[in-house]
Design a protein around this ligand. Structure first.
Ligand SMILES: *Cc1c(COP(=O)(O)O)cnc(C)c1O
Length: 388
């Protein structure tokens, strides 16, 4: 039987033609397609600025820097995320801490955040930046986080790596509430450029900082020069930046994918709705639905409900893998990683994220998945749960 992967990119002939066209063009990097991709992404997400980067990790890194994160800063994120949401703070020499999740949404808990902020205000240890993560594509509670940010004076860097195309309170994710939002175009994500990312913001000055940090901290704009230009060749490095650019080939793929984002999205919604129906009678906690937001459905993550079944997560996972179902687990709590334990974190620090992790399995979900494939996933899962 063929393997059903947990995620799989959808590449059309139009995507291939677009990349070939870029390959035959004058520029392989720093040409016109990058800015066209940025403009199209900004328009689609109803935001003033979009800055393309080589991957979301790079985007998180320079967004932290642009938001003022440095060696004396504190940054907080969710423990239920990919390593990059926390690593980005450490790249800047800052310290990292976590805010536990809401077990229902698996996103950062507003109650836990409010409590932690109150304590931090008392001890003078408030964070400079908080990084909420839109886990599985479900938008985090950005409106409530914005109210807390205004009260306590921190900036919001939204890790929207899972959430391209998601909407929150009637607006696309990445357009409101956060100071900056970062999207990933890694091959498993909702829209792909193989590797790639985008930072969105309504703050033009912040966007300009991101553009400089993306390219060596270097400018060719005469209006920005600190010294009088010596000629047309003249450029200035004004800050320490990086080479975090996206190539024209990647931008061409992204632009092409963006043009069918609605249909990519719709296919995920159909599969997620169908999982909800097919799994309703099983001893599982399914992804929560919130009426005021729409998930991008990057992941369909279930939890085995230990109160209703003897089935062990590891056994169910193994049986599914043996049946060639590409299940996965998102995420091992970041603070459990050996590197993070050496920073002083330990199991027990963020119990809701840990409890979720112990029972979690991500089921295959991708746009070109067939109903037949989905039925096979459900049938193997059902057997594994019933056999226990
Ligand atoms: C994928 C992912 C990233 C990193 O994205 P890259 O583009 O691979 O660097 C960061 N945060 C989250 C939550 C992710 O899922």
């Amino acid at each position: 039987m063929e393997l059903i992967p947990y995620s799989c990119q959808q590449i059309t002939d139009e995507d291939i033609d677009a990349v070939v066209l870029a390959l035959r063009s004058e520029y392989l990097t720093q040409g016109p397609i990058g800015p066209a991709f940025e403009a199209a992404f900004a328009k689609r997400h109803q935001v003033e600025n979009a800055v393309a980067v080589s991957n979301a990790t790079a985007g998180l890194h320079i967004a932290c820097l642009a938001l003022g994160v440095g060696p004396d800063s504190r940054v907080w994120t969710s423990p239920n995320t990919f390593l990059a949401s926390a690593n980005c703070a450490l790249y800047c020499g800052a310290s990292i801490d976590f805010v536990d999740i809401d077990p229902a949404t698996r996103n950062m808990s507003i109650g836990a955040l409010a409590t932690k902020l109150e304590l931090a205000a008392d001890s003078g240890t408030l964070p400079c930046v908080v990084i909420p993560v839109d886990f599985a594509g479900l938008p985090a509670d950005l409106k409530e986080i914005r109210a807390l940010a205004d009260k306590y004076g921190f900036r919001i860097l939204q890790d929207a790596s899972h959430a391209a195309g998601a909407s929150y309170l009637g607006a696309p994710v990445g357009s409101k509430y956060a100071d900056a939002s970062v999207f990933s175009f890694h091959a498993v994500k909702v829209v792909t450029t193989a590797e790639g990312g985008m930072v969105t913001t309504n703050d033009r000055a912040l966007a300009r900082k991101l553009e400089l940090l993306r390219a060596h901290g270097m400018t060719r704009e005469t209006t920005e020069m600190e010294h009088a230009p010596e000629g047309a060749w003249y450029y200035e490095q004004q800050t320490l930046g990086f080479n975090y650019r996206l190539t024209e080939l990647q931008a061409a793929l992204g632009l092409s994918q963006l043009q069918r984002m609605e249909s990519l999205q719709q296919q995920r919604v159909v599969m997620a709705d169908r999982y909800d129906q097919l799994l309703a009678d099983l001893p599982l906690s399914l992804p929560v639905r919130q009426h005021d937001r729409a998930s991008a459905w990057h992941l369909y993550a279930i939890e085995i409900d230990a109160d209703r079944t003897q089935a062990q997560r590891a056994d169910v996972f193994r049986q599914m893998r043996e049946a060639k179902i590409g299940v996965n687990v998102h995420y091992i709590p970041v603070h459990w990683q050996p590197y993070y334990r050496r920073l002083g974190f330990k199991p027990g620090d963020f119990p809701a994220a840990e409890q979720y992790y112990r029972q979690a399995i991500s089921l295959p979900l991708f746009p070109s998945m067939t109903k037949l494939q989905q039925d096979r996933v459900v049938s193997v899962l059902r057997q594994a749960l019933v056999a226990a």
